[in-house]
Design a protein around this ligand. Structure first.
Ligand code: NDP
Length: 475
């Protein structure tokens, strides 16, 4: 439906064009065709260090009460050797392998075999079969949107087990956290390697593949745009949403259960983390159809960045606040807790409203009201691979008139709120806001580079009308 809306409802009108100058620009949008030395260096850095960073954070909680400095001090002073730390690290266990296999298999089952029923009784929810955006090769994929249902079923079963069946302890995730890390890594590497192999030998859509000729870049950033197995198993939608994001709230619940077990109570900071991140996760699934139009699905190819990132980076680093609070049960003063809650909710409101304004604007082709007025916009055009010319619009009013990515600003406010729940004793919980700031700033620049390639001079008119990226008047 997304692309349908883009082409028909939102009026991204198209007609065949024979202009060669515009044909040259059409192959530019989407992931890069050539690798510059800086991108290659960043990619090599990430391939080597990202798994070590995840290990270091989780290990420092397990062995050093979440201090990031103490392991370094121990190593540099010769107090400990790397082998001492490694030997103390829990290894892969059959139990963890069993839990993880069951978990992923269950999510695959929910994704592939249970068609969405939520859209039949939840007013306003868009689920079931939906269409994605037009790919650079002009393909429109269909998706089964059933993430909300998968999330609900998984969580109902979780609570049923915790309060009624008692088949396993709700602390199961925390108790197997490092053994599960090895399982997540195995899946992350396996799926990324498979995706690369598939891109070469049996791509789902050969025209939407990109080869730079650089092995590391292609492995990291992906070759295939929308790899699939069969008609419905879409790698990007599955790995982006589940198992990582469905797991996010379960992981937090497991941390809360661990606090209860260790200290006989759940602190208000842990409740705040569960509530604020729970809202974010639920928002993701409520808007899963909208998500088909975000950069991850519309523009990124599927490689290690998404495959490994969704399996390992997201569940392990996005949940650091809850993990920290198990080791340091912070009880916030009521005024502080309310302040953090307000920051998180205002951030969420900005994030949601900005995304909603763009969605509404694009869906109605600008025939809507933004803050009670007709939206202002800039008309623009671009070309797809087959030479078809499309027309689109860039909104310059509402939150989109304040800054070019005010949705990221709201997201960052929410991210800061999660971190603040942990107090100021350690820097580990603040990794998230540092990371999100780098991620979203880089994403902003990457997106603008792509939009410039796509829209050319129309994009320049847009940036002249809305000169700031994230913070009006500053950046
Ligand atoms: P956006 O939703 O901001 O989408 C950017 C695209 O929107 C552009 O490529 C362009 O696409 C279109 N666009 C840009 N400006 C305008 C305008 N003025 N009017 C209309 N359309 C415009 O970016 P993302 O997909 O990155 O982010 C979606 C959300 O997901 C954000 O809120 C972000 O904070 C969140 N996010 C969270 C992450 C996390 O890890 N927690 C990671 C990444 C994102 P087109 O080609 O269609 O013109």
């Amino acid at each position: 439906m997304a692309a349908h809306q883009e082409k028909k409802t939102s009026g991204e009108r198209k007609h065949k064009s024979t202009q060669n100058d515009t044909r040259t620009s059409q192959v530019q949008w989407g992931r890069a065709w050539e690798v510059d030395w800086f991108s290659l260096a960043s990619i090599l850095f990430l391939l080597v260090f990202a798994p070590l960073i995840v290990y270091y954070f989780v290990m420092s909680c397990d062995q050093y009460q979440c201090s990031l400095i103490d392991p370094l001090v121990d190593l540099l002073s010769g107090n400990k050797h790397l082998s001492d730390i490694w030997n103390k690290t829990p290894t892969l266990t059959y139990r963890a392998a069993g839990i993880y296999t069951l978990w992923v298999a269950f999510q695959v089952f929910l994704y592939v075999f249970i068609p969405d029923f939520c859209h039949k009784f939840l007013p306003g929810y868009v689920g079931g079969v939906q269409e994605g955006a037009v790919t650079p090769a002009g393909v429109v994929n269909k998706y089964e949107i059933n993430g909300l249902q998968a999330w609900i079923i998984t969580h109902v079963l979780w609570f049923a087990n915790a309060y009624y069946f008692h088949c396993f302890s709700p602390t199961i995730i925390f108790d197997n956290w490092i053994p599960l890390l090895w399982c997540a890594n195995i899946l992350g590497y396996a799926v990324s390697t498979f995706a690369m192999f598939k891109g070469y030998f049996f791509p789902t859509n050969a025209k939407d593949c990109k080869f730079t000729g650089n092995f590391f870049y292609d492995y990291m950033m992906g070759i295939e745009f929308n790899p699939r197995i069969g008609k419905w198993f879409d790698f990007k939608l599955f790995f982006n949403g589940r198992p990582g994001i469905v797991a996010w709230t379960l992981i937090n619940l497991s941390y809360a259960a661990k606090q209860q077990e260790l200290y006989g109570q759940v602190t208000n900071s842990m409740i705040l983390v569960n509530v604020l991140q729970g809202i974010y996760v639920l928002d993701f699934f409520w808007n899963e159809a909208w998500y088909l139009k975000t950069i991850d699905i519309c523009h990124d190819h599927f490689g290690w960045y998404l495959g490994w990132g969704d399996c390992v980076w997201l569940p392990y680093l996005y949940t650091l606040q809850g993990l920290y609070l198990v080791y340091h049960p912070v009880q916030l003063r009521t005024a502080n807790a309310i302040g953090i809650l307000m920051l998180g909710l205002i951030g969420y409101y900005i994030f949601r409203m900005t995304n909603h304004q763009k969605d509404l604007f694009r869906r109605t082709n600008g025939n809507c009201k933004i803050w009670g007025k007709k939206p202002e916009y800039i008309e623009c055009s671009y070309m797809s691979v087959d030479g078809t010319k499309y027309y689109s619009k860039l909104m310059t009013s509402g939150f989109w008139g304040w800054a070019r990515h005010f949705n990221y600003t709201g997201d960052l406010m929410g991210s800061l709120a999660y971190c603040l729940t942990c107090g100021f004793e350690h820097i580990l919980p603040y990794f998230y806001i540092v990371y999100m700031t780098i991620l979203l700033t880089h994403r902003c620049i990457r997106d603008e580079h792509r939009c410039f390639s796509k829209y050319g001079k129309d994009w320049k008119r847009y940036t002249a009308a809305v000169p700031y990226r994230l913070i009006p008047g500053i950046f």
